[in-house]
Every structure is written in structure tokens, then in C-alpha cells.
Design a protein around this ligand. Structure first.
Ligand code: ACO
Length: 335
């Protein structure tokens, strides 16, 4: 039995900064409304033709691989989480495999929305624990901006989301007191339609901006979110799954050196911080700069926290996510 540890990590966000004031020029919204409810000041949107879900994932992955000190020949498997794939099929895992020249290693696509990265990390962890693979590349990338309804109709959803990617290399760790200690995954399909893109249904086509343009009156091509219902469920499930992870490892809240919550909404993170009585040093948020990048938000935040020296060897790190599905998950890591 082995453990797995994060051996390299990286992120990429497009250069194009879209502020709240920029959005208020194309829809009836304001910097004040957005900041008060979500904490978001700005987000990144791709420039069309410059980036795709795959290309952002590749850029983040290259940094993670370089920092791991491994060569691409040593990567045994790819797990790619996204809700915004470049094609309906195949998923972006294979495109990343080709772009990075990763021989013919397997590529698994995960679609668990905002919980996608923790689900992907958990899958990779199981492959390493069983001894099947030694080094697994875990990537999460989201290109939200071209699929959002940038009119007044979609404003309560569109102001929240941003584009970006994060990646980690997960490697075998012989010391079982280190690395990923446990992961906890959940879902509740009963609430699937509270945060979803419902089109296209059976026999339909994949949603792209072109389809949306051709169906301007059909709201089902754009994300729908029952915001207050999502908020209420998020704070309950975040709390539960953090407690579940702590309990499974006989840890107390005071043992948490750093909580990295999925960057859904700053108000949700602050609520969790207060509920667990965590200090500002114990929670990392960067939604103010990037908006909600769905599956990519945790690896982007994890990488930034690490780059800022806020994660040190021996720290107990808690990752926690909640999102569409509903799905929610946590990971407890000894760094
Ligand atoms: N700018 C200005 N006004 C707006 C905007 C906007 N962007 N969007 C909606 N409004 C208006 C509405 O039309 C409404 O006006 P009315 O009162 O005249 O009808 C008013 O603001 C209030 O609208 P609500 O939808 O009730 O706004 P609410 O206060 O619930 O805030 C929000 C919306 C921020 C989404 C909130 O429900 C929330 O934080 N939900 C949590 C869900 C979340 O954060 N999801 C993140 C993504 S999902 C995930 O990652 C898990």
C-alpha cells in the first residue's frame, strides 16, 4: 500500500482581465452588486482563437510537470476534469495527451462540475495507492466565458464565472503518514436542475456559442442557477464534508493549517470560515481576481497559496468543494 503526494503544481489564466465595470457596459449590473454578493472584482476571459479548454490545461500541466522534476516519459496516466470540453466527444484528456506528447498513456475525463478536481484527485490517488501507476497528471480546466448568457437575462450567473486551468502531478509516496490522507465524495442528483445547463437533451447537439447564437430565445442553452438554494446547500455540504474528512483522520479543526475551498463565492467561503472559527491565515481565497472557475478553482488556488509560501512541508491541507449535481467532496492532505 502506497500513498500519493502532490509533487508539482501549476496554473494558467488568460491575460484578458474583465472587471465588473466592463460587465456593466454590456448588461445591467454594477461593481457594487457583484462585490457585495460574491466578492468578485474581476475574472479572466479568453480571447477567442487564443485559448481553449485543452490549451489552458496544457499550459498549467507543463508548469506542474516541470516543478515535479519528472519528464513527460514518467507520467503514467491523465485525469482531466472539466464541464466545458472543447468537443462533445472526445473529452480534452486525449487532446492534452497529444499536445504534451505523452506516448499512449490512458486519459480519463471527469465531469463533476465544481467538485471535479477533488473527484479527479481521488481517482488518481486510488490508482497510485493500488500500485497501478506511479505518476498521474491531474488537470482541471474551464472555458466558461463563451457559454455564458451575457445579457440581462443571464446576469445573475454570468458575472460569477471565469476561465482558467490548474494541474498537479500526483506521485507515489512510500511514507504513509504523508500525502493524501483521505478523500470523501458525495452526490445528490435530486437537485441536478438547480444548477445546470439543460440543453441539449437526448438527440440534441452539444452546447456551443454558435448553437446558443442560433437559439437566442432558448434559455436552456445557458447555465441556470437557483442561487439562494445553491447557497443554502453549499454551506451545509461544505461543513459536512470538511468534518467528515477531519473525523476520518482523527483531526480537529485546530489541526487545519490551510483550507482551500472551491472558489464558488466569497460569501460562502467566509460563512465556512466563521462556522469553523478559522483565522484568515487558515483559509485561502482568490475568487476576487478570477471569479468562479468551476473545476479549475481549487488547483489554481492551491498553486497560488503554495507559490506565496502559505503551504509548508508537514502542513495539514483541506480541500473542499460543492457544485452542480449536486456533488461535494473533500481531500485531507499532509503536505
Ligand atoms: N447585477 C445586478 N442585479 C442583478 C444581477 C446582477 N448581475 N443579477 C441579478 N440581479 C437582480 C435580480 O434581477 C433581482 O432583482 P429584483 O429583486 O428586482 O427581482 C435582484 O438582483 C436579486 O436577485 P437574486 O437572484 O435574488 O440575487 P441573490 O441575492 O440571490 O444573489 C447570487 C445571487 C449571488 C447568485 C446568490 O444567490 C448566491 O450567492 N448564490 C450562491 C450560489 C453561488 O455562489 N454559486 C456560485 C456558482 S455555483 C458553485 O460554484 C457551487
Amino acid at each position: 500500500m502506497y500513498h500519493s503526494k502532490i509533487n508539482g503544481l501549476g496554473y494558467y489564466v488568460p491575460e484578458n482581465v474583465v472587471t465588473n465595470d466592463d460587465l456593466s457596459k454590456i448588461m445591467d449590473t454594477s461593481d457594487e452588486w457583484i462585490q457585495e454578493r460574491t466578492g468578485i472584482k474581476e475574472r479572466r476571459h479568453i480571447i477567442r482563437g487564443q485559448d481553449t479548454t485543452t490549451s489552458m490545461g496544457v499550459k498549467a500541466a507543463k508548469i506542474a510537470i516541470e516543478r515535479s522534476g519528472l519528464t513527460t516519459d514518467e507520467i503514467d496516466f491523465i485525469v482531466f476534469a472539466t464541464i466545458s470540453p472543447d468537443y462533445y466527444f472526445p473529452g480534452p484528456g486525449v487532446a492534452l495527451q497529444q499536445e504534451l506528447g505523452l506516448r499512449t498513456v490512458g486519459a480519463l475525463d471527469i465531469r463533476n462540475q465544481c467538485s471535479g478536481f477533488i473527484y479527479a484527485l481521488s481517482v488518481a490517488d486510488q490508482f497510485i495507492k493500488t500500485g497501478m501507476y506511479k505518476n498521474v497528471l491531474v488537470v482541471a480546466s474551464e472555458l466558461q466565458s463563451i457559454g455564458l448568457d451575457m445579457t440581462n437575462r443571464g446576469r445573475s450567473v454570468s458575472v460569477i464565472f471565469g476561465d482558467g486551468a490548474g494541474a498537479v502531478v500526483l506521485s507515489r509516496e512510500e511514507d504513509i503518514t504523508k500525502g493524501i490522507l483521505s478523500t470523501h465524495l458525495h452526490s445528490e442528483g435530486e437537485h441536478a436542475k438547480e444548477l445546470a445547463v439543460l440543453a441539449p437533451g437526448m438527440g440534441g447537439r452539444w452546447v456551443t456559442d454558435i448553437i446558443a447564437e442560433n437559439n437566442p430565445d432558448d434559455e436552456s442553452y445557458y447555465p441556470y442557477m437557483n442561487g439562494q438554494f445553491v447557497f443554502k446547500n453549499a454551506v451545509v455540504r461544505f461543513s459536512e464534508v470538511i468534518n467528515e474528512g477531519l473525523k476520518a483522520n482523527n483531526l480537529e479543526v485546530s489541526d487545519i493549517d490551510m483550507l482551500i475551498p472551491h472558489q464558488a463565492n466569497l460569501r460562502i467561503s467566509q460563512f465556512i470560515q466563521q462556522r469553523f472559527k478559522l483565522s484568515d491565515d487558515q483559509v485561502f481565497n482568490n475568487i476576487q481576481k478570477y471569479g468562479n472557475t468551476t473545476a479549475a478553482s481549487i488547483p489554481i488556488a492551491l498553486t497560488e497559496a503554495w507559490e506565496q509560501g502559505r503551504i509548508k512541508e508537514g502542513d495539514t491541507i483541506v480541500l473542499a468543494a460543492f457544485g452542480s449535481g449536486f456533488t461535494w467532496a473533500s481531500a485531507i492532505i499532509k503536505w
